[in-house]
Every structure is written in C-alpha cells, then in structure tokens.
Design a binder for this molecule. Structure first.
Ligand code: NAP
Length: 249
C-alpha cells in the first residue's frame, strides 16, 4: 500500500521557493502548493500547483491551512519580506501545523571589502551623503527607491523588476528594469560604464553575488541593509535540508 500524499505549502517567490517546488514534484509522500504574493506584474510561475495573493493576515492563513488540509508550511519568503514569516508563525501555531524557515546565509565581507551595514534606507542616504557619493547604484524593490529622492546631489542608477507607479520624483535617476541573476562581469562593466561610486543593496544572502563581486573588484564602497528580525522557528539553509525536515514529520 502506498503512503498518503500530504500537502506542503511553500511561501515562495524566491529562488529557494522555486527550487523546493521543483524538488517536491517527484518527492515521495509530499505534494507542494506554492504561494506567491503577486507583487510583480509577470511573476515567474513555480513548478506544480500555485496560488497568488495575500491570505488576509494570520487569521486568513489559519483558515486556508485548515480548509486545504496543509500538513506543513515552508516559509521560503525573501529575507526582507518583513511580515509573512510572522503571519506564518502565528497561523501555524493556531492551526497546529509545523513550520520551517528556509533561509539563505547572510553575506559577509572579505578582508578588502568596504561594506557598511545600515538598519534602514534613511541611514543609507545618510551614508551616501557623508561619503560625498555623486553616482550610486541602487539594487532594491521599486517601492523602496523613494527614500533616496531627497539626495538631490547624487545621480542614481536604479535596478528593479518593474517601474514604480507613480515614479518617485528623483532629481537625476536612470531606471534599469531587469530580473537577475546578474553575472559579476556584466555588473563590473555596468558599474564602469555608469561610473558608479557606491553600491546600495540588501543583505539578501546566499551564493556570493555578482554586484558584490564587481564592487570588490572595483574597490567600491557597498552599503547593505541588515535583515529584519524573524520569529524563532526551525530553519534549514538548503532545499535538501528542507526535504529531510519534511520526511521527518
Ligand atoms: P511581506 O511584508 O512579508 O508581506 C506583506 C504581505 O504580503 C503579507 O502580509 C501577505 O499578505 C502577503 N504575502 C507576502 N508573501 C506572500 C506569499 N508568498 N504568498 C501570499 N501572500 C504573501 O513581504 P513583501 O516584502 O511585501 O514581499 C512580498 C513577496 O515578495 C514575498 O513573498 C517575498 O518572498 C517576495 N520578495 C520580497 C523581496 C523583498 O525584498 N521584500 C524580494 C524578493 C522577493 P496577507 O497578510 O494578506 O496574507
């Protein structure tokens, strides 16, 4: 007799979320439903089943977990998704469903790196001002660029997946619309071509990143946003570790 197939809900929209959905397509005993927030206009769709859009806070997620008979939740949201992990922790506690956080390790500077970590974008603006930066590269969400508008002495090259609507009223900015991954050689060429003097991004973590490798090669200062706090939950750093956790349930 074959074992019943249980359903795992993947809170995704990230590299790890897509990879876990791929891995679960032929993983015995489990099927995955991936959930995307629906923020980007043409989201990459995961393998297998998916749903799109918010649940309506922790209460809505609790109802969803019960109604859909979810046996496990894997929070694979982006390290800078501030709310969803907390909602998942509250809903899983209420519905009695086990929760795993699939998280990538933070990036750490090498000996020659000129990194400064900040807690919010206002501190990043302050750091650019103090360093007298005139041309900065911003790699951040389209909703987040607004914080840099007051720095009118700086030319910004801003990379995002979609354009913000309305577009923030920058004194001097160029938008580059693109979806990663971005190889280091192309990042270095871009920074040289645009005469970038500083890179601003989030400490998203995971494999060493093209823009950070390029910044290192060009000795550019990097201003990184620290990750927001997460609820205490079981964690896994890799898809294989997440599969092993599911198998132990
Ligand atoms: P957030 O602050 O944690 O979430 C805000 C609200 O969006 C949540 O309360 C929830 O709405 C809904 N939501 C978030 N993730 C969801 C998911 N996977 N499925 C269904 N609903 C979800 O997150 P965010 O910063 O707005 O990011 C939204 C999504 O984009 C996340 O899934 C994240 O992984 C992805 N993403 C974020 C970043 C980033 O830097 N923030 C970068 C890359 C990808 P309800 O309360 O109505 O359920």
């Amino acid at each position: 007799m074959t074992a019943p197939v249980r359903t795992a809900l993947i809170l995704g929209g990230t590299t790890e979320g897509y990879a876990l959905a791929d891995a679960l397509t032929d993983h015995p005993g489990w099927r995955a439903v991936s959930s995307l927030a629906g923020r980007t206009r043409q989201p990459r769709l995961p393998t297998g089943e998916h749903r799109i859009g918010g649940f309506g806070g922790p209460d809505g997620l609790t109802v969803y977990l019960r109604d859909c008979g979810i046996a496990a939740v894997i929070d694979a949201t982006h390290p800078f998704a501030r709310r969803m992990g907390w909602n998942a922790a509250a809903a899983c506690a209420a519905a009695g469903v086990p929760l795993l956080r699939l998280d990538r390790p933070v990036w750490s500077p090498g000996p020659s790196d000129r990194w400064q970590e900040v807690d919010d974008w206002d501190q990043a603006v302050q750091a650019l001002r103090e360093q007298g930066i005139r041309r900065a590269f911003l790699a951040l969400g389209r909703q987040e660029a607004e914080a840099f508008v007051p720095l009118t002495s700086c030319h910004f090259v801003i990379r995002a997946v979609d354009l913000p609507d309305p577009r923030p009223a920058f004194a001097d900015a160029e938008w580059i619309l693109a979806r990663g991954p971005f190889p280091a050689a192309a990042e270095e060429a871009l920074f040289r071509q645009r005469q970038i003097q500083a890179v601003v991004c989030k400490n998203s973590g995971g494999p060493m990143d093209g823009k950070l490798t390029a910044a290192r090669a060009l000795s550019l200062p990097v201003i990184l946003l620290r990750r927001p706090p997460r609820p205490p939950t079981a964690t896994a750093a890799t898809v294989d570790a997440a599969l092993a956790w599911l198998d132990r349930l």
